[in-house]
Design a protein around this ligand. Sequence first.
Ligand code: GLV
Ligand code: MG
Length: 337
Amino acid sequence: MAPSYRPRRTCLAVPGSSPRFLEKARGVPVDEVFLDLEDAVAPGAKPAARGAVIQALNGGGWEGKIRAVRINGATTPWAYRDVIEVVEGAGQNLDVIILPKASEPAQVTWLDLLLSQVEQAAGLERGRIGIEAQIEDARGLADVAAIAAASDRLEALVFGPADFMASIGMRSLEVGAQPEGYTRGDAYHYPRMRILVAARSRGIAAIDGPYLAIRDLDGLRQDAASSAALGYDGKWVLHPGQVEPVNQVFAPDQDAYDRAELILDAYAHATDVRQTGAVMLGDEMIDEASRKLALVTAAKGRAAGLARTQSFDPGPGGASAEHSPGGERLGQAAGQG
Ligand code: GLV
Ligand code: MG
């Protein structure tokens, strides 16, 4: 994960056909907002929704948020006009297009090419608009690694549990909750893990889909916590009430963040100043792999606006030299205001 990590803890779905929701969404503290032209918009309302979405993007007020539009799927009659109209009309105010029901890499290639054509024709910077691909059917999951590799524009893979459940015939109508009768663990673990591995194999983000029972905040927290624990970057939210719990779940807690920053400092001191590769930090041996893990937590913490409460103290005289098998012992945290 790059140091320029872009937070996507919460991705708010906003129906493109609802001027009221489009207006309200500006004030909701999410990392990404996506204006939907797909399943939240009735077929007859889609052409008008494009205009409303263009107006909302150009109207501004989205500072601090990734501005996304979910177009209709590549096999529908609406998709090409969604791209052409929205990018021609508001391309300079749009960061990402979400491609739903991505079931094969050719669909991502199609979107990449079309975006390049419209960008050129409209005089927009080539390649600035990214793509997030939703993996939400059996074909998409079976081909997820190829989909993740289909375009340099891809910034994230997104799990779509509702469509996925329908696609595989899961016997439940409660999206995000465990299906009744399944007693062997987490029914979503397999798709989530495959999507996460495919995303990380290309160095892009992995985002979990929605939890539909918007008043069940305990269920939401549980669902979000399991994808956050795996390594997911964030989750869709459907209602302002879901935002705070999900932002919280996807940011590291203060102790984990402080620890990650200490590991980075201690490891940098060990390798740059003392020229050693493994070192003890308190009671824990840290090495290059620890640094990589700490980078992820530190990047997520910084992106969530956390501030350090502990500073690194290398010990008396720059660093202590208490030896342990394979590593040197360095000082722990020093309290800091
Ligand atoms: C989201 O699009 C889903 O199908 O869950
Ligand atoms: Mg869907």
